[in-house]
Design a protein around this ligand. Structure first.
Ligand SMILES: Nc1ncnc2c1ncn2[C@@H]1O[C@H](COP(=O)(O)OP(=O)(O)OP(=O)(O)O)[C@@H](O)[C@H]1O
Length: 362
């Protein structure tokens, strides 16, 4: 490596792990830059927690691979010798210790002197907007405050990398939003590299510099949130990002990023989103987000279909409408709240509002 180029904060190479016969991670490759906020998403069982536990040192990969942090090999080091700190969904605070003792804990095991521990814990609590709470018992704090103590306890050791495992999973919506902003602020002001796992799609899109989508232990896409949302490389990623209205067909033309697929019901146009160039004649998928369907399609909607309204749910600002089409059920979010049950509707969407990609192997 070029001596002048600083090594990435974290490098994972061909990391594989199994629990008995169950493959949890399959040749995962990952590089995270210093100061980056990377979010790992994926369905339940895709390997997110396993990956985070291996990074933290709580699990050792048993099918090979490499892990380097700041250019140094980590796999032989125990958790407390790695420059990382983890915040879990369920706080993992010591209930019998005070707030101050909880925050100081990581420094105590590292042999830091008492006055220094005190000063650094006070500083971390200040950053987490809990100044002067050292003497409180954990049981006297709200869920949001406990999670902020957990963050203070992680930050006090000045980790190079902060690992967050669903840190907001147990919090309600307003607290989530507040903590989201706090994490983003911390990451920017302290320059800490953050790697988090979350189930919240909006949270992942809003907070992250980069998203990694895991599927069955493999990295399916690794890109900016915008790219993953607007250019999902596979049908799976499209569905995971909420582009749940999908059809399949044969790719018939390709050029300038515009592609068409031929289906039993005619031709549909969209933006190419595959990782490799489009190849006419191969199988492809088209995916479009429910918000992009228009129930009164005009000339701009080169893609049009007919559907019978099977369900319509009132949602306050509009309705969620399920339309039975020859490609299965399509969902539209409509601004109108009238009852549409049983009616046949022609609906459509523009080529710019949908993506077309290679059909997954599975
Ligand atoms: N201790 C374990 N023993 C056996 N199998 C395990 C163990 N931990 C995880 N697994 C399996 O490994 C796979 C990956 O699990 P992992 O917990 O990493 O997924 P995840 O993406 O974090 O899931 P979730 O979103 O549900 O937390 C799953 O098939 C899971 O059942």
């Amino acid at each position: 490596m070029d001596q002048t180029t600083p090594s990435p904060a974290l490098q994972v190479e061909r990391l594989s792990h199994a629990y008995g016969q169950v493959t949890a991670l399959d040749a995962v490759e990952l590089a995270v830059d210093r100061g980056e906020l990377l979010t790992i998403v994926g369905p339940s069982g895709s390997g997110k927690t396993s990956l985070l536990r291996i990074l933290a040192g709580f699990e050792t990969p048993n099918r090979g691979g490499r892990l380097r942090i700041g250019g140094k090999d980590m796999l032989d080091l125990p958790p407390d010798r790695r420059p990382v700190a983890t915040v879990f969904q369920h706080y993992a605070l010591f209930p019998h210790l005070s707030v101050g003792e909880n925050v100081e804990y990581g420094l105590r095991v590292r042999g830091v002197s008492r006055p220094q521990r005190r000063a650094r814990a006070a500083e971390a609590l200040e950053i987490m907007r809990l100044p002067g709470r050292e003497a409180r018992r954990i049981g006297q704090l709200s869920g949001g405050e406990r999670q902020r103590v957990a963050f203070a306890r992680a930050l006090v050791t000045e980790p190079d990398i902060l690992l967050l495992d669903e840190p907001m999973g147990a919090l309600d919506e307003p607290l989530r939003r507040a903590l989201e902003a706090e994490i983003r602020g911390l990451q920017r002001t302290l320059g800490t590299t953050v790697i988090q796992v979350t189930h919240g799609r909006e949270e992942a899109l809003a907070m992250s510099d980069r998203l990694v989508v895991l599927r069955a232990g493999r990295v399916e896409q690794d890109a900016t949130p915008r790219t993953v949302f607007e250019r999902p490389v596979t049908r799976f990623v499209a569905g995971f990002m909420g582009l749940t209205n999908q059809m399949t067909g044969r790719i018939v033309s390709a050029g300038n990023g515009q592609v068409s697929i031929e289906t039993a019901s005619g031709r549909f146009d969209g933006q190419w989103s595959g990782a490799a160039p489009a190849r006419p004649g191969t199988h492809g998928f088209l995916a479009v987000h429910p918000e992009k369907l228009r129930l009164d399609p005009d000339g701009a909607c080169s893609n049009q279909l007919e559907g019978r309204v099977v369900q319509a749910f009132y949602q306050g600002l509009g309705s969620r409408i399920e339309l039975e089409t020859e490609f299965g059920v399509f969902i539209a979010i409509s601004g109108c709240n009238e009852s549409l049950g049983g009616t046949i509707n022609r609906f459509g969407w523009t080529a710019g509002d949908c993506v077309i990609g290679n059909l997954d192997a599975t």
